[in-house]
Design a protein around this ligand. Sequence first.
Ligand code: AHG
Ligand code: MN
Ligand code: MN
Ligand code: MN
Length: 332
Amino acid sequence: MPIKRDGEYVTFGQHLQEQQQRFPSASGQFSWLMSGITLATKMIASYVRRAGLIDVWGDEGSVNVQGEDVKKLDIIANEALKRTLGYRGNVGIIASEEDNDPRVLQDVDPEDSYIIMFDPLDGSSNIDVNVSVGTIFTIFRNPPEVIGVEKSVLQKGVEQVAGGYVLYGSSTVLVYTCGNGVHQFTLDPQFGAYLLTRENIKMPEYSRTYSVNEAYLHRFPESYQKYLEWSKDPEGGGFSSRYVGSLVADFHRILIKGGIFLYPPTEAHPGGKLRLMYECNPLAFIAEQAGGMAICGEGQRIVEIQPKAIHDRTSLVIGSRKNVEEMATFLK
Ligand code: AHG
Ligand code: MN
Ligand code: MN
Ligand code: MN
């Protein structure tokens, strides 16, 4: 049930106000920016919920900078976010999975603006078959002293001001952190508000569930194969398996129930498939704030990786602390 304070439900906007009072770093500008995300994701949710009734199934016809066939809903989600965030007046740079280059917005105060990057629709391959999809976003300060878009956006994950996602699942939930805990809001379709439904989420420290695309098992490095063989062995880990194929859905299950998600290096993606800036960094920020862990294939913290390009990819091992630590022993 939604959480009440003084007998009233807590909306996302109220929660941000509370955060500002308690943590001066979250300025009023930040709340105004976040209202752009809530507006855009309500719009996206309305399209997702009507897939099949309106023309949002299937490919749009182009191929994006990732080399993927762009889905109609990828475009709709991307446009919704760029439109709402483009007019906040305090967003200096926008970057998206779907756009080749970051976009610099005009008429923004260079001394006090933000950079926002997003995966507008995560798990696009699942749209036509009614499986959960999501939106992932990350927010940095736009450093006025840094000249040049490329340098401004290529910040390590530890510099994130906020990270979050919206999961368009059985219900629509927004999960975010701005460094003061992880909080979940559920969209009430009755009156279109995100209401606080979980506060200060703590990830279970261990769970016998792993999440990986088993089809690529024999193309993973030896260390991953050994770990997965061990985890399946009734005399070893005795794990169960869950894999949705939408990163946000797989991660959200782990945030709430614990376990471990892996996207190892493969021949197709020797450096890993998932994107560092707008998939792995925000989820790593949330995982660590919830007491979990997020590393890359070499065992480095995801949020300490220095990006070289906006669409950098990385291998990812993320989830419950004890699960990730246990898996890391196989990487040695
Ligand atoms: P996107 O739809 O934003 O391109 O992301 C898809 C990603 C992620 O959602 C998921 O975990 C992964 O692709 C699934 O990859 P495989 O199909 O190779 O398992
Ligand atoms: Mn994609
Ligand atoms: Mn994605
Ligand atoms: Mn995507």
